[in-house]
Design a protein around this ligand. Structure first.
Ligand SMILES: Cc1ncc(COP(=O)(O)O)c(C=O)c1O
Length: 367
């Protein structure tokens, strides 16, 4: 049996008729950028998150950049993000001319460790970008408390956390502004690129509306520096269909995580993901840890089981970020994590039999 790391064809097949109808609706209307589909999607998405406003943008990377621009971060500023995240988090920081400062992570949750934020904060720190990595929210209560004490802005990177919560508060509603990605493999994925900026703050909302649309306050009135970064009508129509199913798909991921736990909880040397009390993990990725990760990955590959590593390198070791800053104590936890983490197959259409087969193979590997 071949078990893919992910299979988007299953995702498409489950919703095919609804998707076809949504696409046809847009084609029949003949209107493709900043129209009724985008507005309708933004409205329901804002409601799901629990914020006043949402603005569809071209992709998640742009979403972070646009949110940073709206916050007024720019050249000369330092912006803190975790060392273990997707490169776009920090690329967006560099895109506005700011310097990324890489914070270390919590060894249990893999998200930014608030206890070590002080190693990153200087008088130049303008914004902190916590990342809700793998579908688990970062420790927002603590991060927001520290940020407030230092008068630093906070922007949530929710690219991997559509519908994740802390004490019922949805990711994207905890800080004043947040960015989402709808990259096809995300829990809410478009069939192309897409992203969104969510905010509860009306001043930030007014800025984001302009920045994503060429800095325009009205047609041909360019008031501020902007990007051409708008969620198109086709993707917005598709995302409306998919948003209706987000909750059941997140639950399906949680169920698969439960199956993995049953299979794997007593495997020696294997560490399973944690879900702290009050947190709702939505398992964008199911990431385990093993001291012989490379051998385990090769063993699974030989048995037709797809896995991946998110991510193989802390960002402070990537060439493009060589001019950036790192926490004064370094990033020993992230440095160690990248050598031992392994992402197992995880998507709503994964069958119980497939999870069982993956679990069995891991048990065999562990002897
Ligand atoms: C944590 C994180 N931030 C930002 C992004 C950027 O999103 P996009 O690929 O839509 O630009 C991604 C996804 O790639 C991500 O996983």
């Amino acid at each position: 049996m071949n078990i893919p790391f992910n299979d988007l064809r299953r995702d498409v097949a489950a919703l095919r008729e609804e998707i076809d109808a949504a696409i046809a609706r847009v084609l029949d209307r003949g209107y493709f950028i900043l129209g009724p589909e985008g507005r309708a999607f933004e409205e329901v998405f804002a409601k799901m998150v629990g914020v006043a406003d949402a603005f569809g943008v071209g992709n998640g990377t742009d979403g972070i950049q646009i949110a940073l621009m709206a916050l007024g971060s720019g050249a000369g500023d330092e912006v803190i993000c975790p060392a273990l995240t997707a490169a776009p988090t920090a690329l967006a920081i560099r895109a506005i001319g700011a310097v990324p400062v890489f914070a270390d992570i919590d060894p249990a949750t893999y998200t930014l460790d608030p206890a070590r934020l002080h190693e990153c904060i200087t008088e130049k720190t303008r914004t902190i970008v916590p990342v809700h990595l793998y579908g688990l929210p970062a420790n927002m209560p603590e991060i927001l408390r520290i940020a407030e004490a230092h008068e630093i802005a906070v922007l949530e990177d929710c690219a991997q956390a559509h519908g994740a919560t802390i004490d019922g508060k949805v990711a994207g509603s905890m800080a004043p502004i947040a960015a989402f990605s709808f990259y096809p493999t995300k829990n809410l994925g478009a069939y192309g690129d897409g992203g969104l900026v969510a905010t509860r703050d009306s001043e930030l909302a007014a800025k984001v509306a302009k920045i994503r649309d060429l800095g325009q306050s009205a047609r041909y009135v360019h008031e501020v520096q902007g990007l051409n970064s708008r969620l198109d009508e086709l993707q917005a129509a598709i995302l409306q269909v998919k948003l209706v199913h987000l909750e059941e798909q997140n639950e399906a991921r949680r169920q698969r995580a439960g199956w993995y736990r049953e299979m794997l909880e007593d495997v020696p040397e294997l560490t399973l993901p944690v879900e702290p009390v009050g947190y709702r993990h939505i398992y964008h990725l199911f990431v385990v840890r093993h001291p012989r990760r490379d051998a385990l990955q090769a063993y699974l590959k030989d048995r037709g089981i797809g896995t991946d590593v998110h991510y193989p390198m802390p960002l402070n070791q990537q060439h493009v970020f060589s001019g950036s800053r790192t926490a004064t104590g370094g990033t020993p936890i992230a440095d160690e994590a990248v050598r031992t983490i392994l992402s197992l197959p995880m998507f709503p259409g994964l069958t119980q039999e497939e999870v069982h087969t993956v679990g069995q193979a891991i048990r065999e590997f562990a002897g």
